[in-house]
Design a protein around this ligand. Structure first.
Ligand code: HEM
Length: 240
């Protein structure tokens, strides 16, 4: 006779085991980490100029006849939801375990997981602000940002995403908020990438030093790339 656990679908069984949820955090984290590298590479086109940046934005919106951007959004949203839900569930479980077995090592571990949880929630708040800012464009009506060069060359209108970014980062408060959020994001990343590599079984005594350099180096590169954009636009008046 099958045990009750075998009558559950695979997803439920993965979710019910601690190692299953750790794997879900690691795999969804990997997707989000790769997204950040891709998003940064695209955003750095802001330095190339209006045409390159708006061509790239156009490409994203018209990929697979417009379906590509929605597939990417669904994948990202699913990964983000699973990542947050599994982390919260694991943290609750650890807290309950600690209450019955307290020792100095677990106090240290709980401090760093608390930092991860709070930096994670701050990043979530940032992502919501960022989506309203640049994707929903609550304060940037499409008719106010028409790409002038494209209009001149083709006679057609297209959204001037480049100008939106330049205008968005002309506000010092927005820039300060982005720099704080990017810094928390990268602290979360440097710890998260190490934890992810450990869960995926890549960490051993021999590989640990190289993996530490890799995760800190990756987080540092992402930080430098992302913060350079708002700072260059505000401080060096880039694009104006
Ligand atoms: C200086 C830093 C950043 C800049 C200039 C920037 C720029 C942009 C722009 C222009 C868009 C709209 C793309 C479009 O619809 O054409 C966008 C979307 C988005 N950004 Fe960023 N971004 C930055 C940092 C980040 C960070 C750190 C994250 C993640 C933590 C992030 C996550 C997203 C997401 C999830 C979208 C929505 C994609 C979509 O559904 O269309 N961005 N970003």
């Amino acid at each position: 006779m099958n045990s009750p656990a075998f009558s559950f679908p695979i997803v439920t069984r993965v979710w019910q085991s601690t190692i299953g949820r750790k794997f879900l955090v690691a795999l969804t984290g990997l997707v989000l980490v790769l997204f950040l590298a891709g998003h940064l590479a695209g955003n750095l086109l802001v330095y190339v100029g209006r045409e390159a940046f708006n061509d790239y934005a156009d490409f994203l919106h018209h990929m697979l006849h417009g379906a590509g951007v929605w597939i990417a959004r669904i994948v990202l949203l699913t990964c983000l939801t699973v990542h947050v839900a599994a982390t919260v569930s694991l943290t609750r479980q650890n807290k309950a375990a600690r209450q019955s077995y307290e020792c100095p090592g677990t106090i240290q571990a709980s401090k760093s997981s608390l930092i991860m949880i709070w930096s994670g929630f701050t990043i979530l708040a940032f992502v919501i602000f960022h989506l309203l800012h640049f994707t929903v464009r609550v304060s940037y009506p499409a008719e106010a940002f028409v790409d002038p060069d494209y209009l001149l060359a083709t006679g057609e209108e297209r959204f001037d995403a480049w100008q939106m970014v330049i205008t968005g980062f002309s506000n010092p408060l927005v820039v300060i908020f982005y720099v704080i959020a990017m810094s928390l994001l990268c602290s979360h990343l440097s710890h998260g990438v190490q934890a992810m590599l450990q869960t995926l079984g890549l960490r051993s005594k021999k590989t640990a030093p190289a993996l530490n350099v890799l995760s800190i180096g990756y987080a540092a590169l992402i930080w430098i790339g992302f913060v350079s954009i708002p700072i260059a636009i505000l401080v060096f008046q880039f694009g104006r």
